[in-house]
Design a protein around this ligand. Structure first.
Ligand code: N01
Length: 544
């Protein structure tokens, strides 16, 4: 069915954009800049009041990257030459400064509609156009839409009894007040121990009166080894940047590191122990993403890493009861099958007497009351309650927009039982619609700026091909998307990833079908699939 639109509904007088981009984070801004430079008319619609996407919303204390800043930026020389973060792992405000810098250099804001959330998008099959509506009452039309809402646009808060009765301050980490929140002298409860929970805990520990961490699954966190960067060091870190950017494209996860091409068991115990020690000393994701190649594939190989890690944590956490909660004898899941956090002083601050850890498996949360959290063992009262409970990842940001394709089909209905896409880029029944960092793309296993560029390039090249070929419409097929889903699942089940209940496969959201939402085959394999499609004349798409 087609949807007829009365011209008065359109506030962009007869203006039909070539491309409308949803989201002003790394991915959306790359699209804006690149498409604009190829002569497309483009606008970005962004819900936040300024740029940054995930870095706009996640301004909770301690939020920072888990990639070094050198690779957490666009690879364009005209940008990196004049830019340096002040810390090796920049904070949210450092990343926001970077966005402001990029905005100034590339003059992006003039094509961005801020403080505006896209609520619906309807495909008009007669005109081959999308009609996009927003929460400010604006209506825009575009030949194509590229959704760049990232993996974490839909925060998740568990449906705990009495949730809304809490009378003091309570916030999800991704909806933190932009003006900040002072935790000094406060009693702070933190639900969740993912990266967000670990980071808030570290900050709160500096001056809160009392902290209670509600832990369901321990975070197998690795040392960050943060550094403040001086002028000289900043310049030194630029020395090999082009090579590091090139390596990002070739590596499994878009980082400037990759797995050792050997099994854990091909080396002696001594050599392995040395390697682990060196990586521990270097810090960052080395022990996860530059480990032996079977670390995420073989349980016994993985266990060597877990035992090494556990031993390190037990050396730092002096209270044996706390140590066992944080790093139990039996692994909660194979190491690295949930994303490890990078901690700065988490395993130190947990030693403070004013930091409590409640294992909710032993002492479950029964309800939230006006003054605190009631667990089986009693009521704990708080001034601030933090929900560090994660996201309806990958798909939630997209399905919370009413996207209606051909045959009046809603995307959220199409994906309610099972999600299918061709390479996380497009889905059948939704012509002229693309995703960057979408579900079934490498998103969760890809450094953000890397994928914004390398996956973004695929989208820009494809849209250019469609335009230059004089086509009005492109659509992927059910065959193409089903075979991609089968491939995503096959690779997932070859690994240890199914062994953790993680957001990688949507297992963190009760009631939602669990399905692998992040392609775990690595970037090189992802590109090979795309090249194959291009070489076969874009066989996964019908162009007309
Ligand atoms: O969210 P999460 P996050 N009762 O889903 C717990 C990126 N990121 O915001 O593990 C009690 O990881 C849940 O427990 P369990 C990064 O990619 C990066 O921390 O499901 N607890 C878990 O502990 C990351 O992976 C940075 O058993 C409940 C926590 O809430 C991703 O974002 C910083 C619960 C959610 O953890 C998500 O991280 C922050 C319940 N009912 C985020 N429900 C950087 O450092 C959920 N939990 C760059």
């Amino acid at each position: 069915a087609t949807i007829s639109i009365h011209p008065r509904e359109l506030d962009e007088t007869n203006g039909v954009l070539d491309v409308l981009v949803v989201g002003g984070g790394f991915a959306g801004l790359y699209q804006l800049d690149q498409l604009r430079s190829r002569g497309f008319s483009v606008k970005v619609v962004e819900a936040g009041d300024s740029l940054g996407g995930i870095w706009y919303w996640n301004c909770y204390p301690g939020a920072r990257t888990d990639s070094t800043g050198q690779i957490y930026q666009y690879s364009r020389e005209d940008l990196w030459k004049e830019w340096s973060y002040d810390e090796l792992y920049p904070s949210w405000s450092g990343v926001r400064d970077y966005f402001a810098y990029v905005d100034g250099k590339l003059d992006l804001s003039r094509d961005i509609i801020f403080s505006t959330r896209v609520t619906s998008a309807d495909f008009d099959g007669e005109r081959n156009q999308w009609t996009v509506r927003t929460d400010t009452g604006r209506t825009l039309r575009a030949r194509s839409v590229v959704i760049c809402t990232g993996f974490g646009a839909k925060p998740y808060i568990p449906n705990i009894k009495g949730l809304n009765s809490f009378a003091a301050e309570s916030h999800h980490t991704a909806l933190w007040p932009q003006e900040g929140l002072d935790m000094a002298g406060k009693r702070v409860g933190i639900i969740g121990t993912g990266s967000s929970g670990v980071q808030v805990t570290q900050e709160a520990a500096a001056d809160a009166e009392q902290i209670t961490i509600f832990q369901r699954t321990p975070n197998l966190a690795l040392p960050m080894r943060q550094q403040q960067l001086t002028g000289q060091l900043k310049e030194k870190l630029k020395e090999h940047l082009p090579e590091r950017f090139a390596q990002r494209r070739r590596s499994f996860a878009g980082f400037d590191m990759d797995f050792i091409q050997k099994s854990v068991f091909e080396v002696s115990d001594e050599e392995r122990a040395d390697t682990y020690e060196q990586m521990w000393a270097t810090g960052g994701f080395e022990l996860w993403l530059a480990n032996y190649q079977d670390i995420l594939l073989d349980e016994h190989a993985n266990r060597t890493m877990y035992d090494f890690w556990r031993n390190k944590v037990h050396q730092r956490v002096t209270d044996p009861v706390k140590a066992e909660k944080l790093a139990p004898k039996d692994p909660p899941h194979p190491f690295g099958t949930k994303r490890p956090s990078l901690e700065q002083n988490f395993y130190d601050v947990v030693n403070q007497e004013n930091v409590d850890i409640v294992d909710v498996n032993e002492d479950p949360i029964e309800r939230i009351s006006p003054t605190g959290v009631q667990t089986r063992s009693g009521l704990r009262e708080f001034d601030i309650l933090v929900f560090a409970t994660g996201f309806d990842a990958n798909r939630g940001g997209i399905t919370s927009i009413d996207i209606r394709g051909t045959n009046d089909q809603l995307l959220s209905h199409k994906w309610s039982e099972r999600l299918d896409t061709f390479m996380g880029l497009a889905t059948a029944g939704f012509p002229n619609l693309m995703f960057v960092y979408g579900p079934q793309s490498p998103a969760g296993f890809c450094n953000g700026p890397t994928c914004a560029e390398v996956q973004g390039e695929i989208v820009v090249d494809f849209l250019t091909h469609v335009r230059d070929g004089g086509y009005q419409r492109f659509e992927t097929s059910e065959d193409a998307e089903q075979s991609w889903t089968a491939h995503v699942e096959e690779v997932f089940h070859m690994s240890l990833f199914p062994r953790a209940k993680s957001w990688y496969h949507g297992a963190n959201i009760p009631g939602k079908p669990s399905q692998m939402l992040n392609y775990s085959g690595g970037l090189p394999s992802y590109f090979d699939h795309w090249e194959e499609n291009v070489a076969a004349g874009y066989k996964a798409f019908t162009l007309s």
